[in-house]
Design a protein around this ligand. Structure first.
Ligand SMILES: *[C@@H]1O[C@H](CO)[C@@H](O)[C@H](O)[C@H]1NC(C)=O
Ligand SMILES: *[C@@H]1O[C@H](CO)[C@@H](O)[C@H](O)[C@H]1NC(C)=O
Ligand SMILES: *[C@@H]1O[C@H](CO)[C@@H](O)[C@H](O)[C@H]1NC(C)=O
Length: 229
């Protein structure tokens, strides 16, 4: 009897510990965004940044195709007007930033497309899957503001981005993976789940990528972001 009771208590404690951070629907924030730790349980490095809720409505901006031979890529397009205020908070005389005046989440990067192209996948096939799965209507959750401060080829580079969670983009990548396998692609060279979605906000001299050993996941969470009306 006592053993059973102990088992039940342990099971309940285990469940509680494993549960996800609570999502506060009304204020559109995860519990961790209003607390003192990042999703990976380390301290935030700066205060909360506000962003307009309108940034989430990517269905109001057009899908843009990016055809460039074997370096083609797939992106989900965002309205830069709502990302610009975040850029302006981060830009300073001390650390001046530049950006491209547009915002997107890269869904298939040029190096990934080069791999897909080895199985004869075309950018038209990729774009069709994206349109069929309504890429621009994907539900977006903002995770945090990310920051990298790294030295690449003797040059110090600082890069900021909004880290996001967009399950529909993983679904799109998975559909593309299925087509890649169907067309004889080697499964070792493309992983639909090796994906760290983010919206680049700005950088000191240039962007940094996985090729340079940089992961833009929850690991780079630097400041919380709060979504406002
Ligand atoms: C963010 O928005 C809240 C209101 O929701 C406001 O009190 C706060 O001052 C804002 N923070 C900044 C840095 O603008
Ligand atoms: C960033 O800040 C610097 C210094 O204040 C300023 O000269 C520059 O115009 C700003 N850049 C943009 C794109 O607004
Ligand atoms: C693109 O990749 C394919 C497959 O690897 C290759 O046959 C083709 O020559 C490449 N095209 C260009 C323009 O590099």
């Amino acid at each position: 009897m006592l053993k059973l009771l102990l088992f039940i208590v342990t099971a309940i404690c285990g469940l509680t510990a494993a549960s996800q951070p609570n999502y506060d629907k009304r204020n559109e924030v995860f519990s961790y965004q209003t607390h003192f730790k990042t999703p990976l349980g380390v301290n935030w490095q700066g205060p909360v940044i506000n962003i307009s809720k309108k940034v989430l409505s990517a269905d109001k901006v057009p899908f843009i195709e990016h055809s460039a031979g074997n370096s083609s890529w797939l992106g989900m397009n965002f309205d830069y007007r709502y990302v610009k205020p975040v850029f302006e908070i981060l830009n300073s005389t001390k650390v001046p930033l530049i950006n491209r005046g547009e915002s997107h989440v890269t869904v298939i990067s040029p190096p990934e497309f080069t791999v897909l192209a080895t199985a004869g996948i075309t950018i038209e096939q990729v774009n069709k899957i994206a349109r069929d799965l309504k890429i621009q209507s994907s539900k977006v959750v903002i995770v945090c503001l990310g920051k990298e401060d790294v030295v690449v080829a003797d040059l110090n580079k600082i890069v900021y981005q909004i880290i996001v969670k967009i399950p529909n983009l993983v679904k799109i990548r998975q559909k593309i993976f299925q087509l890649y396998i169907q067309q004889g692609g080697n499964s070792a060279f493309f992983d639909p789940r090796a994906f760290w979605p983010h919206i680049t906000v700005g950088f000191t001299s240039g962007d940094v990528f996985l090729d340079q050993g940089v992961y833009k996941g929850y690991n780079v969470c630097y400041r919380p972001i709060s979504v406002k009306k």
